[in-house]
Design a protein around this ligand. Structure first.
Ligand code: ADP
Ligand code: MG
Length: 355
């Protein structure tokens, strides 16, 4: 059983802290995404798990055994792990079949075993027709499938992927997300998948760990992370939330730009500052003013409008100069400069934890 557990894991480079006290458990067969912006410590965490670098503090256990600690770190070749990098790192002078079979050959398996394992993985990765080609004769997506096949054929207990799709164009990236999930469902390796792309994490992961500045800010299934972000960072990073800075009036209402908004989430404390998140597509935009005294309506002016085909993207400046993004139906065409009213339904206005 190859569960992977990080316990208080930290990595310092001089005074810089790349990974800061990360604790995380990945159950056997689970796929966990480390999701966060560039520089938040994703690659460093993955390299720690792979054994390329030693932790400054904390431990990594795999299947209940300590593989990394500041005093003792088992090297990568002593771990049953495969790692896939952003650059596919295929050998240009070897064919697809030779690239994929290489890891089996160095393990000195017999010819018949190698052939049958190779055949199976080429079929799973849909590479049979390309087996005799060289990497230079393949598209980016095909090269990525070869690198996946090469990592999977050695039957690692743990699979580590570092931004494996970032060199592909948008359409292919989308297709390959499903492909990676399909392969995972078939083989059920314990997998740690690093990405900065929210949609990629949502499509592939059982659990998402949102990382910021070397720490895991929130860990949970994709739907929970999306529906109940706990911090301002997670709310902004996942799913394009607006975050309003405001002051509480009482335990469930805030004052924003001269209007009153009712909120959900944690109970508020009167007169305390509070950050409230609301998603772009949960806000309704209209030219007509609401009946006077209605809560959860804000007045503003359209400063920018972009037609995106299936939606229209608005930027609206409130009367206190706060800017909100609003995603509206494409047929609703309101020009820049128009005075508008926004409806932010109370059940979509989520009070975030105090930072
Ligand atoms: P990510 O993969 O999320 O983009 P990294 O894990 O590569 O982030 O880097 C996290 C932080 O640690 C960054 O600020 C980076 O500059 C720093 N860092 C990473 N590796 C080294 C290193 N070998 N020496 C010094 N700083 C490093
Ligand atoms: Mg990285």
């Amino acid at each position: 059983m190859a569960s992977v557990e990080l316990k208080g894991l930290s990595k310092h480079y001089g005074a810089a802290v790349a990974v800061d006290d990360v604790s995380l458990r990945v159950e056997h067969g689970q796929l966990v995404c480390l999701l966060g912006p560039s520089g938040c410590g994703k690659t460093t965490t993955l390299r720690l798990i792979a054994g390329f670098i030693e932790p400054s503090a904390g431990e990594i256990e795999v299947g209940g055994k300590v593989l990394s600690s500041p005093s003792r770190t088992v090297p990568p070749e002593g771990r049953k792990m495969s790692m896939i990098f952003q650059s596919y790192a295929l050998w240009p002078h070897m064919t697809v079949a030779e690239n994929v079979a290489y890891g089996l050959k160095i393990r000195k398996l017999d010819r018949a075993t190698i052939d049958s394992k190779l055949k199976a993985i080429l079929s799973t990765a849909r590479l049979e027709a390309l087996a005799e080609r060289y990497p230079g004769e393949l598209s980016g997506g095909q090269q990525q499938r070869v690198s996946l096949a090469r990592a999977l054929v050695v039957e690692p207990e743990t699979l580590l992927l570092d931004e494996p799709l970032s060199n592909l164009d948008a359409n292919l990236r989308e297709e390959m997300r499903f492909e990676i999930r399909r392969l995972h469902d078939q083989y059920r390796y314990t997998t740690v998948y690093v990405t900065h792309d929210q949609a990629e994490a949502m499509t592939t992961a059982d659990l998402i760990a949102v990382m910021n500045k070397g720490k895991v800010e929130q860990l949970g299934p994709p739907e929970e992370i999306y529906a109940r972000p706990r911090s301002e960072f997670v709310a902004r990073f996942i799913g394009g939330s607006n975050v309003l800075a405001a002051k509480a009036i009482d335990d469930s209402r805030i004052s924003v730009a001269g209007s009153v908004l009712r909120t959900i989430g944690r109970p508020l404390v009167a007169n305390r500052p509070v950050a409230v998140s609301v998603r772009q597509h949960e806000i309704a935009i209209a030219l007509e003013s609401p009946p006077s005294g209605m809560e959860n309506h804000l007045h503003g002016t359209v400063t920018r409008q972009v037609f995106l085909g299936s939606t229209r993207d608005y930027t609206v400046m409130l009367d206190d100069a706060t800017e909100l993004r609003v995603t509206a139906p494409p047929g609703q065409n309101i020009a820049a400069g128009q005075s508008v009213w926004l409806h932010l339904p109370a059940e979509q206005c989520r009070a975030l934890a105090e930072e």
